[in-house]
Design a protein around this ligand. Sequence first.
Ligand SMILES: [Zn+2]
Length: 373
Amino acid sequence: MKYLFPIIIGLCILISCGTEPSPLYTLNTSVNGEGQIGYSVGYTEKIIISSGEEQFDKEESVTLTAIPDSGWIFSSWQGDASGYDLTTTITINDEKFVRAVFNKSPNLKFEYNIHSSIPDDYETAIKDIISNLEIIAPVNEYVGRFGPLITGVAVYSWLQDKVDYPYSNEIGRTEQCICGEVGGKLVMSLMQEEQWLSETNIHRFALIAHEYFHVYQLSLSRDFMSSMWMVEGQAATIEALYLREFFNDSDYIENFINNVDYVKAIENIETYEEYESAYDSFGKYGDITIFMNLVLTKILQSNGLNEIASFKLVFNTFWLERNGDGNWKTDFKTTFGLDVYTFYQTLNQYIDDPLAVLPSNQIELSSFLELSK
Ligand SMILES: [Zn+2]
């Protein structure tokens, strides 16, 4: 009996020596331009930034993610990986070398076509808000989903009471939207009416931030704009946060949150995925899309992220992840480590006190919209 103890220890050492996983192959990574390479292994959703040299077990399947720095865009993979998608997977069956190439991306240039029917103070507001957002949330040139290089944004505004679609030859009978592109420039159409320009209607400013954020989403995702509740819910959240931060108006976002029939909206939650059915549901149950995006930031925080990091993941990283041909639900799971349907079920936990999903006053747009590492 007195020899049993050392024997057990001896056995343990032998067994652990035999089964200890030993790294067999090295993956070397490097970068051209400015950006980083992240990696994840197996089913783990967590992306670890590569230090340049990582060791993996033989036959390990490693997912690499290109993470461009601010003002840079991912171009391609080289070495033992190839392709143009932000993520790529390689099997470590030998020593491997992978390089991510990033190119400097110029900012989109804004040009203005403001009709003389627009009052001077609103023309100034359009230019001021866009210039401000160009600093807070820079938007870069990108190659669109259907091929064309987008180099700028042509902004159009006119007073519909005074003049009937004066730019229809150039941009069609557009109203308030980012409506396609003309000659490599996105069209931002800001049709106005006198009643909307009254001093009490602060939506006239919110609209500009809203449409600007669509440009931001387009630039990051290269045009992969779905689902509806993320595209529109986030643009509406940004317009509301813009008013809170720069116009000292907190009521605007609270009104959004207070005017929803949450039980009915959640029963019909999938109708908020597509534009056609969503607008129908807006009329019947209210606009739950802002609440949804804010709940998502809360769930990410309860999983350990700080508030700014959670906003960055929802309003920025998700659109970068869309930059490919993936299904939005797959991109959702990849970005947030959460299944969309599981997410929908958790919405119910927040409806007793919906205003509690509002971000803290520490949240400033620049803290999560500027592209950074
Ligand atoms: Zn919109």
